[in-house]
Design a protein around this ligand. Structure first.
Ligand code: ATR
Length: 273
């Protein structure tokens, strides 16, 4: 019988997850389908219990449900640390996971970049920054978090210090710390359409050995990544974090190795690039 998967969120119409997972199921000839469901926070518990009762294979959660889910599902330690869940599995009870950080990790590692022992500057202190900071700190990176609202950077770095090495500062300190950085990750919305001129740093701030990863994928080549190329630094585009977070969810649900290239093409087609 066909197994149903899905993503719950609101708004949800523009999610690329159905494209990505359905392409993977077709590629692997699996009798599964993935749909988008509009679910409000008030209805999340009923929706998850219903999905389990109906034999869903698993679901992803997106805005505004990721934090809400913590009080409903059995969260693994990383999701508990991050304080948000993006993947729910129904095999043993209802378990919650967060694959956003691992998505970023794999996007960077596929470029032959070692995370353990590297100095990573994360700019931003929202949900995405939180997931990446916890994942990378656990993986042995030295984390600096810079944010426009400095207090949020300090609070996040305090939280992350429970699992690894982290310090926080204001966004104006980027220039002071970037020289000692191996990896720079933009977790702010700067550079996202329609304000594509925004950037957290310019070529003058960067050195050629820097790896620059932008989680913004709309546009794919952001101003930040253009600046990185100008500086001779390695630029990594954001769609791979989306692909790898989905791939990790796929692995959790099915135990099957996901077809990364097919999933990437589905995302790029969905982005109309
Ligand atoms: P997400 O969950 O996707 O990480 P978020 O929680 O809304 O999104 O976080 C957005 C991040 O972008 C925040 O770190 C925000 O900085 P503040 O904490 O100071 O609000 C950052 N951000 C948004 N617009 C920005 C801008 N114009 N300049 C610098 N940082 C900005």
């Amino acid at each position: 019988m066909n197994t149903v998967y899905g993503v719950f969120g609101d708004p949800i119409a523009h999610s690329l997850s159905p494209n990505m997972h359905n392409a993977a199921f077709i590629e692997l000839d699996m009798d599964c389908t993935y749909h988008a469901f509009r679910v409000s926070p008030e209805n999340l518990k009923d929706a998850l219990l219903g999905a389990k009762a109906m034999g869903f294979g698993g679901v992803n959660l997106t805005v505004p449900l990721k934090q809400e889910a913590l009080s409903i599902v059995d969260a693994d330690p990383l999701a508990e640390n991050i304080g948000a869940i993006n993947t729910v599995d129904f095999k043993e009870g209802i378990t919650g996971h967060n694959t956003d950080g691992i998505g970023a990790k794999r996007a960077i590692e596929e470029k032959d970049v070692e995370i353990k022992g590297s100095n990573v500057l994360i700019v931003g202190a929202g949900g995405a920054a939180r997931a990446i900071a916890f994942q990378f700190a656990r993986d042995g990176a030295n984390i600096t978090i810079a944010n426009r609202t400095e207090q949020k950077a300090l609070d996040l770095s305090m939280d992350v210090s429970s699992v690894g090495i982290a310090t926080g500062c204001g966004i104006e300190s980027i220039k002071d710390v970037i020289d000692d950085c191996d990896i720079l990750i933009n977790c702010t919305t700067l550079g996202m359409k329609p304000k594509t001129e925004g950037t957290i740093a310019t070529a003058e701030d960067m050195h050629p050995d820097l790896i620059v990863f932008d989680i913004v994928y709309n546009p794919l080549e952001t101003r930040l990544l253009k600046e990185a190329k100008k500086a001779g630094a390695k630029a990594i585009t954001g769609e791979m974090m989306l692909v790898y977070q989905g791939a990790e969810a796929f692995r959790i649900w099915t135990g099957v190795e996901p077809p990364i290239e097919v999933m990437k093409q589905a995302v790029l087609e969905g982005l109309d690039i």
